[in-house]
Design a protein around this ligand. Structure first.
Ligand code: ADP
Length: 661
């Protein structure tokens, strides 16, 4: 076995690789950018080396730098994880030249699969079904248009160097072809520096089913069954599972065979995934699957395969890299139970899935039977704009698909992510969706069900806001208590003892708060049981509340509601009796009187501030008028209902007319 590994990656996958490397006894060497000095993967590794600025281009994508660090740290091998440099032949060649083992395929195999069109041509030659279309060298618009016509609309224009759905356009009608081609080329150029495209028949009701394969340097190649990744948003995987719903023995046989053929054709070594598009329109049939591409690395969704096979794919990667034979023969690899994975992202489904950044004020993941969480962050960490905003992967395993989905739903219920926006509520809705439960997922499902999945602006969760208000009020009370204690400079001040205010006297106050950016009044009732808030007529609901600076954020059903105090003090609205007497709403101390006798006041103007119940309450005038009497002075203790001041209302002719009629 190898003795040390440099992990040329960050986040969740770096942590994942470190975990297995350690159990195999490898010394683990992490690399980090400026943005990752305190990252989890850095803390977990045996040693960590700085590789440059936050921008990935200047750090995690710098091949020369990575190899230099690997040499200096005397790393015996480099594990690239996925993304970043994982499919860059230059890293493989550079490693080999430096005498370092690359945990992955030989550069030639990587190159052969790196171009979608070359890979397709190779596969077609090897007898693996490919989607009808054109994947040759010619790129003139008129020629490509002619090929699209021959293929038959709808077609997909795809970047030859594509990945992550970039540079891909669907064309339904011939008339739209030129515009779509130009857009695909532009995107391909900016994403991959290669504007070449290919044409492919667009499959209706497409399902994405991929086969995990493994090969060693002794001529052995096996498959580890399929994963279904049909739940996609804009060609990006959202939920992955194994086995594929509705998979038949015949189709599995055909697809796994094709995948192993694909691997052997290019002289593959290590872990790889052969992706197929499957025509789901007529049910799963052996004449309806087509090779899409091969990913020459570990896949994000590899945990579902690990759960249903009970194998550690990273361990297999290290063994193959060390020159060992595959640990198992094909017949010894068994598929058991069902596993489903969802990707938790820092993004806002209610705002077009805009990536969201910021500090993770709270982060809590589920635990339990059959639940696995792969993450690269911890509470207090920052989600930065520099890298992929994935927070974690949540994987549920159970004997049946239904149970696995049930476990996943519960696991999502038990997940708390406070800080950046996240897709937890969206994922929960997805897992609950009848079509998902029935296993009727095609790649267009999520787009069609956008509103059922809550991926559009939703109303404020006032019940959760009310819970946050309660926390806010409790915090203000304890702050007041602290201040009072300091001021009175004695341990048993009557003003920090709860009984001094008689909690037996229930009362209600309104607070001005800011909920998700909007000023709102919250009603708060104090009684013997404590503090009870309501907002917009909705009572508070039991949910997690987290302090984030001055704000309190409620976490309820996978969504966050942020509440800020509008003013540090409360605004009391019910203190004026019919005679124009402003009276104390409760026992308390007059902190300040903000008007003088004879002064004109207008509605809403602040009159007196009273400290009571360990909070400051501003009493405001409910009408326009004049102060006729001030009955107290600052510093006075006042009893509940004690007269504070008197206001004489303005005489309004309109009023008297209205009253008469
Ligand atoms: P990328 O490498 O950019 O991710 P792929 O070729 O792997 O592109 O395709 C990504 C996704 O696009 C697939 O999972 C599928 O949802 C969709 N797709 C690709 N090819 C087709 C096709 N011929 N017909 C319908 N959908 C397709």
């Amino acid at each position: 076995m190898l003795r040390s590994v440099l992990i040329a990656n960050r986040g969740e996958i770096a942590v994942r690789v470190i975990r297995t490397a350690r159990t195999l006894g490898l010394r683990t060497i992490a690399v980090y950018s400026d943005a990752d000095r305190d990252a989890l993967h850095v803390k977990l590794a045996d040693e960590a080396h700085y590789i440059g600025p936050a921008s990935a281009r200047a750090s995690y994508l710098d091949v020369a730098r990575i190899i230099e660090v690997a040499r200096k740290a005397r790393a015996e091998c480099i594990h690239p994880g996925y993304g970043f440099l994982s499919e860059r032949p230059e890293l493989v060649e550079g490693s080999i030249a430096a005498g370092i083992v690359f945990v992955g395929p030989p550069p030639a195999a990587m190159r052969a699969m790196g171009s979608k069109s070359e890979a397709k041509a190779l596969m077609a030659k090897a007898g693996v079904p490919v989607v009808p279309g054109y994947h040759g060298e010619r790129q003139e618009p008129a020629f490509l248009k002619q090929k699209s016509y021959e293929t038959g609309y709808p077609v997909l224009i795809k970047a030859v160097a594509g990945g992550g759905g970039k540079g891909m356009r669907k064309v339904d009608k011939q008339i739209d072809f030129e515009n779509a081609l130009a857009a695909a080329q532009r995107e391909a150029e900016s994403s991959f520096g290669d504007r070449r495209v290919l044409i492919e028949k667009a499959i209706e009701n497409p399902r994405h089913i991929e086969i995990q394969i493994f090969a060693d340097n002794h001529g052995n190649a096996v498959h580890l069954f399929e994963r279904d990744c049909s739940a996609q948003r804009r060609h990006q995987k959202v939920l992955e599972e194994a086995p594929a719903p509705g998979m038949t023995a015949e189709l599995r046989e055909a697809m796994t065979k094709a995948a192993v053929t694909a691997a052997k054709t290019v002289g593959y070594q290590g872990a790889g995934t052969v992706e197929f598009i499957v025509d789901g329109a007529k049910g799963l049939r052996t004449d309806g699957y087509y090779f899409l591409e091969m990913n020459t690395r570990l896949q994000v969704e590899h945990p579902v395969t690990e759960m249903v096979t009970g194998l550690d794919l990273v361990e297999w990667q290290f063994r193959v890299a060390a020159g060992e034979k595959l640990p198992l023969e094909q017949e010894e690899i068994r598929l058991q139970g069902h596993a489903v994975e969802v990707r938790l992202y820092a993004e806002d489904p209610e705002k077009g899935f805009l990536p969201s950044t910021g500090k993770l004020h709270a982060l809590q993941f589920p635990k339990g039977d059959g639940i696995r969480v792969d993450t690269g962050v911890a509470a207090g960490d920052e989600v930065t704009p520099f890298y992929d905003p994935m927070i974690a992967k949540l994987i549920a395993y159970a004997p049946t698909r239904e149970e696995a989905l049930g476990r996943l739903a519960h696991a999502l219920d038990d997940t708390v992510i406070v800080g950046p926006r996240s897709n937890v509520a969206f994922l929960h809705a997805l897992v609950m969706l009848p079509a998902v439960r029935e296993g009727k997922i095609d790649t267009g499902l999520i787009a069609r069900e956008a509103s059922a999945l809550g991926s559009e602006p939703r109303p404020t969760d006032f019940a959760a806001a009310a819970r946050a208000v309660e926390k806010l009020v409790a915090r203000e009370q304890s702050r007041m208590a602290l201040r009072t204690r300091k001021r009175s400079n004695e341990r048993h001040s009557p003003w920090d003892a709860r009984d001094a205010f008689g909690f037996n006297a229930a009362r209600e106050t309104s607070y001005a708060v800011n909920i998700n950016g909007t000023r709102t009044l919250a009603r708060v009732r104090f009684d013997a049981d404590g503090i009870h808030a309501s907002v917009d007529g909705q009572k508070s609901i039991n949910c997690a509340v987290v302090e984030a600076g001055e704000a309190v954020i409620a976490w309820h059903q996978g969504r966050q509601t942020k509440v800020l105090p509008e003013e540090a003090i409360a605004v009391d609205l019910e203190h004026l009796d019919t005679g124009g007497v402003v009276s104390a709403p409760m026992h308390g101390k007059v902190l300040s009187i903000e008007v003088k006798a004879g002064e004109r006041v207008s509605k809403g103007q602040r009159l007196v501030v009273i400290e009571a119940m360990k909070m400051e309450h501003a009493l405001t005038s409910p009408l326009d008028g004049a102060v006729s009497e001030v009955a107290v002075s600052a510093g006075d203790q006042v009893a509940e209902r004690a007269k504070l001041l008197v206001i004489v209302a303005d005489q309004s002719p309109a009023d008297s007319v209205a009253k008469k009629s």
